[in-house]
Design a protein. Sequence first.
Length: 344
Amino acid sequence: MNALVEALANLSSLRERESLDFALVTLLQKFVTEPIQTISLVRLVGEAGDLRWQTQAALRAGQATPARDRVWVNFNTLPSAQEYRDRQICTLNGEIHQVTGTPCFTLLPIHSAGRVEGILEIQSQAPLTDSTQQLISSVLKIYRNVQGLLDYGEKDSLTELLNRKTFDGAFIAATLHETNNLELAQPDRRLTHVAGYWLAVLDIDHFKRVNDSFGHLIGDEVLVLLARLMRSSFRFNDQLYRFGGEEFVVLMRCPSAADALAALERFRKRVEDHDFPQAGSITVSIGCSPLLPDDTPGAGFDRADKAVYYAKAHGRNQVCSYPELVATGELAAEAEDAQQVDFF
């Protein structure tokens, strides 16, 4: 009992999501008395109509450390929601779902904000007893509470995007090759390191006019709606931030500059075509830059910020690439004039 309490105390002290997920499956593998073959923590990602299962942590019997799907895994290689009927049942019912047989499967829903956001799936030689299910449910409550604290500290309270203080750590983690690749049966699911990382800064054009004309409540509504457009426009593993005010940031992985610019242009056009209640038409200026070897968060952001500064100085409602501006000499030639532009 003392060892379990100590393990729960360690779990509740974690403030990094991957470490928290790994600690959860490790703790359960150690303290569940029934012989367990595999514990997996999975969640549904994607949009309605094309949902897929991403593994957050998986630990097999005899395995020293958990593994997971890469953060930047190719979405199309993940298994579709329909491939796992019992996971679908657990998600829809929001209750523990047990499948007897050889082996047995016990699925426990992980609730967040009134919905099931993940599944803990346990493969065992025999059905888990009621007391074991009760123990696991209690551990999941602690896990969810810690997740809630992380959400409170890492997310912008208005838009629910990631906030600025989480950016540096995510930037560094994203640019390092991850070592915990989930060793699954299908080798084609492994992500190769051919894609590059891109950082984009998005700024709402004339946002001060929105607040001055319609009030801050309408201004806040514009920010919330823009965040929703971001979530529906970019991929599930692109990292979306609100840095404050009308400034947003996207950290994404794309195989080429053309792909990165195309994704940003699609989003710019969606914003331009969207009818914002009360405020009407809103546009955004976007600057982007690839991340370089040995880059720092400040340096990467500064290059993208210079590109968005240029976009605002030269007509707004456009996507500007820092490398292209440097290559053509436009950025250096127009730097002095850009300093005098009114951005509001």
